[in-house]
Design a binder for this molecule. Structure first.
Ligand code: OSB
Ligand code: MG
Length: 379
C-alpha cells in the first residue's frame, strides 16, 4: 500500500462528458426529524466519462431544500453547470480537480459528488483509489448503526428498538427536537447497557431547552449537533452547566477549519464525518487524520444515500476505528436502488467492504428514476 496521498493527487484524469441525473426515489416509509418529514429521496447522480469511454459515478446527497445546510439540489445543479464544470475543463490530474474546486467557496456536497465520480473513474481504470494511498489499513467489514426518526409514542419507540436490535444494528440513534417527550428517553434507559444509544437534534435546541439535557446525558454517548451550526457559545454554556454532556458535531463542521476552531474552543468530543458535507473524500481523509492526531473519536454519517453514495461511505468507514457508522442498507429506505448488487448488512450489524467496492450501477434503474438529465460536454 502506498502511503502518500500526494502521489494520488498526481494521477492523470481526463474529462470528456459530465452528466447529471436528477433522480427521485420513492421511500418505503416517511422519515421525520427536527428538519422535517421526508417521503422520497431526491439526489443528483454524477457520471464522469473520459475519452477512453470509462465512467465514474458520484452522488450528491444534500437535501432538495436548505434545511440541513444552505446547499440544496437545484442550486447544486446550477453551481456545477455555471462554475464547477467550466473549472474542470482546465484540469488534467486528480489534484488539479481539488485545486480548481477550492477556488469556489462553499458548495461541499456539489464538489464531493464530482470528486467521487473522478475517484471512481480512476478506480475503474487502474484498480486503485484514494483510499489505497491513505496508508491506513482497511477492515474487511464495517459496523453499522441506524438513525431512527421521531416516534409518536413510547409504544412505537419500543417497537423501533426491538426491530433495530433484531436486525443486529450496533447503535440506535434517535432523532430529537425541542418538544421531544423526555418519557421516550426514560423508556430507552432500560436498553442502554445492551446497545449504544445516542441522540441527534439536528441543531434544533437552544438555551431554553437545556432542561432536556439531564435526560440525555445518562446514556454516556455524545449528542449529535444539539445546537445550531455556529452556536459554539451555546454548546460551551451547556457543557459548563452539564458536565456529562458530550457533543458530536454534524452540520456545524463543514470543513477542517471549523473543526479545528470548535475543537480548540472545547466544543468537540466526537465527530460525525459525512464526505458530502465536508466537500469530498480528500477533505474527509484530512479531517480523519486531524481526529486521529487529537484523539477525537470519529465515524461516518449518512444522508440517506442510494447504494452509490453508500458504497463510498462504507469504503471510507472501513479505515476508521469506531463502534458504529450511520450506514444502514439503502433497502431500509428505498423500494428500488440504482445498483445491481445493493449493499446488505449481516445479522450482526456488519457490512462487507468487498461488497461496497464492487457495486455496479444499473443504468436502466438510473434512467427509470431520472426526472431530468443535464449533459455537459467538454469541447
Ligand atoms: O443528521 O445525520 C443526520 C439524513 C439526512 C440529513 C441529516 C441526517 C441524516 C441521517 C441519515 O441521520 C442517516 C442515514 O443515512 O442512514
Ligand atoms: Mg446528524
Amino acid at each position: 500500500m502506498a502511503n502518500d496521498i500526494s502521489l494520488f493527487l498526481k494521477t492523470p484524469i481526463q474529462l470528456s462528458k459530465l452528466e447529471l441525473f436528477i433522480v427521485d426515489l420513492p421511500q418505503k416509509t416517511a422519515f421525520q426529524s427536527a428538519i422535517g418529514v421526508r417521503q422520497s429521496r431526491q439526489a443528483i447522480i454524477v457520471r464522469w466519462t473520459d475519452s477512453d469511454g470509462y465512467h465514474g459515478y458520484g452522488e450528491c446527497s444534500c437535501r432538495p431544500d436548505p434545511f440541513y445546510s444552505a446547499e440544496f439540489l437545484e442550486g447544486v445543479a446550477l453551481v456545477i453547470q455555471q462554475f464547477l464544470f467550466p473549472a474542470l475543463a482546465q484540469t488534467s490530474t486528480f489534484g488539479d480537480i481539488i485545486e480548481a474546486m477550492d477556488k469556489i467557496r462553499g458548495w461541499p456536497f456539489a464538489k464531493a459528488s464530482i470528486e467521487m465520480a473522478a475517484n471512481d473513474l480512476i478506480f475503474q481504470k487502474t484498480g486503485k483509489s484514494i483510499f489505497d494511498y491513505w496508508g491506513r489499513p482497511a477492515k474487511p467489514k464495517v459496523p453499522v448503526g441506524i438513525s431512527i426518526g421521531l416516534q409518536k409514542n413510547v409504544d412505537q419507540l419500543l417497537q423501533t428498538v426491538s426491530d433495530g436490535l433484531n436486525n443486529g444494528y450496533r447503535r440506535l440513534k434517535f432523532k430529537i427536537h425541542p418538544k421531544y417527550p423526555t418519557a421516550q428517553a426514560e423508556a430507552l434507559l432500560d436498553y442502554k447497557d445492551q446497545t449504544l444509544i445516542s441522540f441527534d437534534a439536528n441543531g434544533s435546541l437552544r438555551e431554553a431547552d437545556f432542561h432536556m439535557l439531564p435526560h440525555l446525558t445518562p446514556f454516556n454517548t455524545a449528542i449529535e449537533q444539539p445546537f445550531p451550526p455556529h452556536r459554539i457559545d451555546i454548546a460551551l454554556a451547556a457543557k459548563k452547566q452539564y458536565s456529562g454532556l458530550k457533543i458530536c458535531p454534524d452540520e456545524g463542521v463543514k470543513d477542517i477549519g471549523l473543526l479545528i476552531q470548535s475543537h480548540m474552543l472545547g466544543a468537540v468530543d466526537e465527530l460525525n464525518i459525512k464526505p458530502g458535507r465536508v466537500g469530498g473524500l480528500y477533505k474527509s481523509l484530512a479531517i480523519a487524520n486531524y481526529c486521529q492526531a487529537n484523539s477525537i473519536p470519529c465515524w461516518v454519517g449518512g444522508m440517506f444515500e442510494t447504494s452509490i453514495g453508500r458504497a463510498y461511505n462504507i469504503r471510507f468507514a472501513a479505515h476508521l476505528d469506531t463502534q458504529a457508522n450511520d450506514l444502514s442498507p439503502s433497502s431500509r429506505y428505498f423500494k428500488h436502488d440504482l445498483v445491481d448488487n445493493p449493499i446488505t448488512m449481516d445479522k450482526d450489524g456488519y457490512t462487507m467492504l468487498a461488497d461496497a467496492a464492487a457495486i455496479r450501477v444499473n443504468t436502466d434503474a438510473l434512467d427509470t428514476f431520472t426526472q431530468h438529465k443535464i449533459e455537459l460536454i467538454n469541447q
